[in-house]
Design a protein around this ligand. Structure first.
Ligand code: FEO
Length: 404
């Protein structure tokens, strides 16, 4: 696959798929891979927007050289200092010693913290809203702090309506068959899940900052969005902007029930699966059921952002809750997830405690959660005596789905 493609008459995509990276940020599995995007504006001046991860430095530098086609690089705009986009800055400085690096005060602070050897005469510091003209293209630098690092800024090419959006509007997933634009793929089938998982796990904590950003870019006539990961948007931008709006307001995309269960010997699993079937039989179309022991928390987080209701089915463990379930809860708290309705199925063989702990956690540690009073308590294994509680919890969920 070529690593260069024209995006507009003067803007080139330079991207490299990372084929071998298993864990993004060393903890989030990415079986779908990831691509590092950067972009080159070729005008009277040549301007590179961000670099790439050191893992792909050779391909990246070769792409720049090819896209420059004999010209030198005049500017490098550093929109984001996280190393997956900034690790090659030093290589750019060495390859193009006359390059000027454009960034903000925090950019250069972080660059030096990360050990980039950068002379004062090689930098141009910009402030929020400042613009620069590189020929026929004028670019406005728009700061987007905490989306998702403090130094993040975006660049809006006023001339062509192109928003270089840094990590925002990005996605996990490598490019396949050179398909670079969201309108070249079946986005709903192949890309929305990795995009959601990317947003929720990487940017999810900073919903209010994303809301601020969305309002800020309303002032621009954005025709294209060029993120640092994933696909470029040039059509149907409203679809993805709406997803970002919902995710960053912690508003569910769909009414439905996520069932997350933990089960040491299969009894809670049996209860969760049976509960799932009963919900479907009651006409709930969106039911997604996951075992916390074989599902990475990043997927559970993503599904929690997608759906409106969550049922936790969990055994009592050391008079607490199952450790991997606890890890999922910690992730929800860390990412500021709110505004969901929670149902509880607890299990315990001699002292069922999980239900109270789960109730307290969602009530006190997380915000704007509604914990249903109806609870199922299983003693070791589900029996007929549990039927009324199960019926009651299902009725409460169905009523809540209908009225919320
Ligand atoms: Fe893809 Fe925040 O770096």
């Amino acid at each position: 696959m070529s690593n260069i493609r024209k995006v507009t008459e003067d803007i080139y995509w330079l991207g490299v798929n990372d084929e071998g990276l298993e864990l993004f940020e060393e903890f989030i599995p990415i079986p779908e891979g990831v691509v590092y995007n950067s972009y080159l504006l070729v005008d009277e001046k040549t301007v590179l927007f961000d670099t790439a991860d050191i893992r792909v430095v050779d391909e990246f530098l070769a792409s720049i050289k090819a896209a420059l086609d004999g010209r030198t690089l005049d500017y490098l705009v550093v929109q984001h200092m996280e190393p997956d986009h900034s690790c090659c800055i030093q290589h750019i400085l060495e390859t193009y010693p006359d390059v000027t690096i454009i960034g903000n005060e925090k950019t250069f602070l972080l660059a030096r913290q990360f050990g980039v050897e950068i002379e004062n005469e090689s930098i141009q510091e910009v402030v929020d809203g400042e613009s620069m003209t590189f020929g026929k293209h004028t670019v406005v630098f728009t700061f987007a702090p905490m989306v998702h690092w403090p130094e993040v800024m975006m660049s809006f090419d006023v001339t062509e309506g192109v928003l270089f959006s840094a990590d925002a509007f990005g996605s996990f997933g490598k490019l396949v068959d050179g398909k670079l634009f969201s309108d070249e793929v079946d986005y709903e089938t192949d890309w929305i899940e990795p995009a959601r998982r990317y947003f929720t796990n990487i940017v999810g904590k900073y919903g209010s900052h994303v809301q601020h950003l969305l309002k800020k870019i309303e002032a621009f006539e954005v025709k294209m969005i060029l993120p640092l990961h994933g696909l470029i948007w040039r059509e149907n931008l409203g679809y993805f902007l709406d997803k970002y709006d919902k995710w960053s307001r912690y508003e569910p995309e769909e009414k439905g029930v996520l069932i997350v269960y933990a089960s040491m010997y299969g009894n809670t699993e049996k209860a969760a699966q049976s509960f799932s079937e009963l919900l479907k039989a009651k006409g709930v179309e969106q039911v997604a059921t996951y075992n916390v022991s074989n599902t990475d928390a990043s997927y559970l987080v993503s599904e929690t952002f997608r759906l409106s209701h969550v049922v936790i089915a969990c055994p009592t463990y050391n008079l607490g809750i199952f450790p991997l379930m606890h890890n999922y809860f910690l992730r929800l708290k860390e990412l500021n997830v709110k505004n969901r309705t929670i149902g509880i199925i607890e299990n315990g063989s001699w002292a069922p405690k999980a239900g109270d702990i789960i109730h307290d956690y969602f009530d006190k540690e997380l915000k704007e959660m509604t914990v249903l009073d109806d609870r199922v308590t299983i003693i070791s294994a589900m029996k007929e005596m549990n039927d009324p509680e199960i019926e009651s919890l299902i009725d409460a969920l169905v009523e809540s789905l209908q009225t919320s």
